[in-house]
Write a protein that binds this ligand. Structure first.
Ligand SMILES: Cc1ncc(COP(=O)(O)O)c(C=O)c1O
Length: 322
């Protein structure tokens, strides 16, 4: 190995974001990815196989959505992404403004008005034989695809059946849950368990057996007319924060609190929050109805307000499609 290969390449030097180039022969309409400094149609996007992001889940990411041509809370997502990058001792190869421009360009190229936009920072490829993460050159990837619904609007009418799993969410002592991560082995195990029990999706428990989070969402319960959501062993969701703000607007108390599986089953209402779908009612927990088995009034009020505030441009960053 040459001295140069052996040197610590994880420097803080930032490169200039490449000038957007588009191949007019390619179809970007199903989505666009930014890979190895090029914009490519999503189906053509490939990862370098030896990147530790793929081999070891050594990566962080964030997802922001676009609704009717506007990013929702873009700066908050960039803030969380930068915090995650720092906590993992990664270094982004581009400045924040350039990352914003790359995301914008992915959306613009695909022409999507409603989109799911992901930014990723991976550890990168180590010199041959090295196990030293400091020797990896960290990489940045991004993509925009059509908006993703964890629960689609039609299914939201009747609400979903949420299964409380026996699987424990990877504990904060092992992986910091405030760093958005790809350690989803526990969620996948929980999902198979949930499907086997007739559930639509799953929420895992923490080491104490209390409700934690699900694959891509935070959980809320309305208990004694108060909105509560687990706050410690989970990702601090941007939609979760939005729910707290909307509760303040409409004068409903909302706070982070421990919820036991029994409390969840007996709650007046249960709903999920995520960038991928907003506010989604769970009308059954472990197959048993919550309240009268229909989406509850607080859930519906929050969901209506969430989408209405989008229409008004609240926390919105317009995209220039020209
Ligand atoms: C594990 C986990 N919890 C919660 C959430 C919800 O976060 P947000 O509202 O920022 O999308 C996500 C989003 O993907 C997630 O992956």
């Amino acid at each position: 190995m040459s001295g140069q290969e052996n040197s610590l390449v994880n420097s803080t030097t930032r490169t200039q974001a490449p000038t957007p180039q588009q191949d007019s022969r390619l179809d970007y309409s199903a989505g666009t990815a930014f890979v190895e400094e090029c914009y490519v149609p999503i189906r053509k996007a490939c990862l370098p196989l030896l990147d530790w992001g793929f081999l070891r889940s050594d990566a962080t990411y964030d997802v922001v959505h676009v609704w009717k041509g506007r990013f929702f809370r873009l700066q908050d997502h960039l803030d969380r992404f930068e915090r995650s990058v720092t906590k993992l001792r990664l270094t982004l190869p581009y400045a924040r403004d350039d990352i914003g421009r790359i995301l914008c360009h992915c959306v613009r190229l695909s022409g999507l008005r409603d989109a799911y936009v992901e930014m990723i920072c991976t550890r990168g490829v180590a010199p041959f034989g090295s196990r030293d993460p400091r020797q990896c050159r960290n990489r940045f990837f991004a993509f925009a695809i059509p908006f993703v619904w964890i629960v689609d609007p039609e299914r939201q009418q009747r609400g979903i059946n949420l299964t409380v799993s026996s699987v424990v969410r990877i504990p904060p002592q092992s992986v910091d849950p405030t760093v958005k991560n790809y350690h989803w082995g526990d969620f996948t195990r929980g999902l198979f368990e949930a499907f086997g029990r007739g559930g639509d999706t799953v929420v895992l428990v923490d080491l104490e057996g209390n409700v934690s989070e699900g694959p891509g969402f935070n959980v809320f319960a309305v208990i004694k007319a108060e909105v509560v959501t687990p706050g410690h062993t989970v990702l601090q969701g941007i939609t979760q924060r939005t729910m707290q703000e909307l509760c303040t607007e409409i004068g409903i108390p909302c706070r982070a609190a421990t919820i036991s599986p029994a409390e969840l089953s007996q709650a007046e209402e249960v709903f999920l929050s995520s960038t991928a779908g907003g506010v989604m009612p769970a009308t059954r927990v472990n197959g048993q109805p919550i309240g009268d088995g229909n989406p509850g009034p607080v859930t519906l009020q929050l969901r209506d307000r969430y989408w209405r505030r989008h229409e008004e441009g609240w926390h919105g960053t317009p995209i220039d499609y020209d």
